[in-house]
Design a protein around this ligand. Structure first.
Ligand code: FES
Length: 88
């Protein structure tokens, strides 16, 4: 298991996150509240944008368009860190 650093650009806060835990859950375990609802990649309530780093998914195609993914948008409830991340 790898551990990555997730930085929240707006607040400057950062947390350590294992690669086997969705970003949303890692943030919650660290006491950082992020918006969420369905927690399964369909409602888009948790939608955030990366300014740096990469995430991966275990589901075939989470509720994002190809353009959104290219522009760094991701769904923290189902996205796993694959590098250090900076969330815009
Ligand atoms: S909480 Fe619904 S898509 Fe993430």
């Amino acid at each position: 298991m790898a551990t990555y650093r997730i930085t929240f650009a707006r607040s400057g806060a950062s947390i350590e996150a294992p690669d086997d835990l969705p970003v949303l859950l890692a943030a919650e375990r660290a006491g950082y509240v992020m918006a969420s609802s369905c927690r399964n990649g369909t409602c888009r309530t948790c939608l955030r944008q990366l300014s740096a780093g990469a995430v991966g998914y275990r589901i075939e195609w989470p509720g994002l368009s190809a353009d959104e993914k290219r522009d760094g948008w991701f769904l923290p409830c189902v996205a796993y860190p694959r590098s250090d991340l900076t969330i815009a």
